[in-house]
Structure formats: C-alpha cells, structure tokens
Design a protein around this ligand. Structure first.
Ligand code: LLP
Length: 408
C-alpha cells in the first residue's frame, strides 16, 4: 500500500461545490492529506528531522500545518524565510539554502539568530565573514550524483550547486579558523526521483557518509536533500518508502550525525488539485482541442518540463472516450500553453469543470500573471473545514505596482 492519492479519490461533488462558490481557475489544497504524507515519511525515517522544502508550495496554511507537526522549513530566499516566520516557524527551525544569494537575502538571513545557512561556494563563505556571521552553517556538496524527472531539476551534478567533496573536506579541516559553526553537510540529487533512479540517490548518501567519517569535527547532521518522487502518470510506480529508507541508511553507513530530509513534492503534490472551466472545444480530424481558463500561467509544469498531469472532467465523469486524442490548452498566446497532450477525455461541453491532479507541488508556487491574467484563488480544505487562503486577483491588481513616468 503506497497511499498515493489519485484524481478519482477526490470527492467530485465537493470540488464542484467549491467551484460554485469560488470560481475557476481554483487551486484546492487538502491540509489533512499533507499531514498524512508527512506522517508516512516520518514513520519511514523515524530518527530523521524533516525540513519541508517551502518552494513546492509556500501557502501560509501549508507552512503552518507542517510547522505545527514539528517540521522545520527549508527556504531558498528571504521571501520564503519571511513567509515561514509569518506562519509561526522559529528561526531555529529554518534552514536557508543560499543558492547564489542576493545581498538583501543574505542580510536578512544573517540577522536571524539560530538559523542554519547552507552554502555551496567559497565566495558565499567570504560574504558571510564580511557580515561577521558567527552562526550555524552547513556545507552543500556536489556529489556528482544528479537525478530527477527532467534535466532542469537534476541539480546534484550541476556545478552551480555546492562544493566538491575535496573542497568540503578542506573547509572542514580549517573549521577553527572560521567564526561560524559548521554543523552539517548537505546534498540534493534533484527533484522527482523515481524508484528506478534511487540508486543515484544512494550514491549521494554514500559520499555524504564518507565525508562525515573523514571530517575532523563531529557533524550534528547529514542532510540528504529532497527529491522523493510521486507517481504522475499511469505507468509511474510509487516509492516503497521502507525500502528506500533502509537503502539510504545502508548507504550512509556508520554515523553519529542525525539525518535531515528536505522533501517538498512528496508532502504536497497529491494534496492539491487545480480546477478549471472549459471555454471552447474545437473538433478537428486529427485531434480535439479543449480550451480551458487555466493555462501555462496557472500550472507551468507541462510547458516547462513536458510533465504529465492527470485530467478528468468532473462535471460529467463518464469513462467513455468521446474525446480521444485531446489537447487541453489555456488562453495564453503560445503553443507551449499546454496542460494535457494526446489525452482521452469523456464527453465534454463548454462550462464543464476539469480537474488536474497532483497540482499541490510547484503549481501555485510557479504561477504568473503572463498575458495579464490575474492569478487564481486557493481554497484549503481540512476535514469538514473549508477556507479561502488566497484571494483571486482582480484585473486592477495587475497594475498595483505599476508606476507612471512623469515625462508624458
Ligand atoms: N532541497 C533543495 C536544495 C532543492 O533544491 C529542492 C528542489 C528540494 C529540496 C525539494 O525537492 P522535492 O522534494 O520537491 O523534489 N519546479 C520543479 C521542481 C524544482 C525543484 C527544485 N529544488 C517541478 O515542478 O518539478
């Protein structure tokens, strides 16, 4: 039993009633599902500390839910640190991954006592020293093991991220010459790692285990990153968490350091759904085109990575194949504006509601106003509770920060 939730596990009646009240495009996020995913992961790794990767879904209600369960939060910007603290997370529970950090972000992080800053370049070390930072740091290591659902998200072997193992050991050997406290090492292979690629992740764990044993100082933790994949398409298989966990512990080998995990997708992907209304249908000889009111501006994953998301007509959920060979597209003037390609939909008419599955991770978080469409709304559900956690933007909101020049 893998516990992964698919589109048909949602109550269509409830989703349609949310659409009736809040309109479309609408993100729905199920906080109770987030708790369950968190529990599944923490029971497979009982000794590990989990830092939820905020980038997957930064909604305050999501951060609050996880914070209350005891999770720390992994952040990549001052904005994510700010959102986490706003959700009640203490700085001691924040891990800031400083990827090529802009000055204002580094300044913001340095001012938070007890935070841990994860750095991956000598230059960032220098910039921290310049700021008289004397707090906790973690060394990000490029183990050469990259994995993930697309080359754009396979970070483990990308030179942009992290020190080489040799550089990390050299920094560790000079620990006494620094004012700050080196407390951990970190590596992240990539995002959306499938069961078939887990051996790459195990290589990463082995390298981290070896470094911790060669380190002249005892490390408080080894952070093995995030990247735990979830099934999106019918052929995808779910991770067997207990198997993954025992292989990870084996690969790390003997260590007194605590294990840290940074899952994003695994916690929120199947807790979220995107609802959209059909505007137009075009019947062609070669295929059908179903035009909806969400698009690449709402959910960019299919356009950016060619990602598959399950799509179902929840207004008329018949399992016929009236619309085979269907492209689901949005209102954006780009051919990349795709949500589904060559999929099969049942009989559909304009006005019907389509549900797009696994939209809880990297959906709302990557939404934009491209082509001047106001961003969608988000509703949280939690058992019987329902609440609007992000208002739909208005057309006027599009110009909120626009300034007129004074020479016209
Ligand atoms: N830790 C670090 C340092 C990361 O860079 C990431 C993701 C994570 C943790 C969380 O990875 P997860 O458990 O969610 O796979 N926009 C892409 C995903 C980009 C992920 C970037 N880093 C997508 O929609 O698939």
């Amino acid at each position: 039993m893998n516990g992964h939730r698919t589109l048909s596990d949602w109550s269509y009646g409830k989703l349609l009633s949310l659409v009736a009240e809040y309109g479309t495009p609408l993100y729905v996020i199920d906080l109770d599902r987030i708790r369950k995913n968190y529990r599944r992961l923490s029971s497979a790794f009982p000794d590990a500390n989990i830092y939820y990767a905020a980038k997957a879904n930064t909604a305050g209600a999501v951060l609050q839910t996880l914070g209350r369960m005891g999770a720390g939060i992994e952040c990549v910007s001052a904005g994510e640190l700010y959102r986490s603290m706003r959700a009640g997370i203490e700085p001691a529970k924040l891990l800031y991954t400083a990827v090529n950090p802009p000055d204002p972000d580094l300044d913001f992080a340095v001012d938070l006592s007890d935070i841990t800053i994860n750095i991956g370049s000598h230059d960032t070390l220098r910039r921290l020293s310049e700021r008289n930072y004397s707090g906790r740091i973690c060394l990000r290591i490029n183990t050469g093991s990259g994995a993930g659902h697309h080359k754009y998200v396979s970070t483990g072997s990308d030179a942009k991220f992290g020190f080489s193992p040799e550089q990390a050991l050299e920094i560790l050997s000079k620990y006494s010459s620094y004012d700050f406290n080196i407390v951990g090492i970190h590596a992240h292979a990539g995002s959306g790692i499938s069961p078939q690629e887990m051996d790459v992740h195990q290589n990463l764990c082995k390298t981290l285990g070896d470094i911790s044993r060669s380190s002249p100082i005892d490390l408080e933790f080894i952070d093995i990153g995030g990247g735990f994949g979830v099934p999106y398409g019918p052929e995808d298989t779910p991770l067997n968490l207990s198997e993954v966990s025992s292989k990870i512990y084996n690969s790390l080998g003997d260590t007194s350091a605590n294990i840290v995990l940074e899952p994003g997708r695994y916690i929120v992907a199947d807790a979220g759904i995107l609802l959209t209304t059909i505007n137009t249908i075009k019947y062609l000889d070669s295929h059908n085109i179903v035009g909806v009111d969400a698009g690449m501006h709402t959910l960019i994953r299919p356009a950016l990575y060619g990602s598959y998301h399950d799509i179902k007509n929840i207004s008329s959920p018949h399992n016929d194949s009236s619309l085979p060979n269907t492209t689901v597209t949005g209102p954006i003037c780009e051919s990349a504006d795709l949500l589904g390609v060559n999929i099969e939909l049942g009989a559909s008419t304009p006005g019907d509601i389509l549900a797009i599955g696994n939209a809880g991770a990297y959906g709302e978080a990557m939404e934009s106003q491209y082509n001047s469409f106001p961003r969608s709304a988000t509703v949280a559900i939690d058992g019987e509770n329902v609440g609007l956690i992000r208002k739909r933007e208005t057309i006027e909101d599009l110009c909120l920060y626009e300034n007129e020049v004074d020479w016209f």
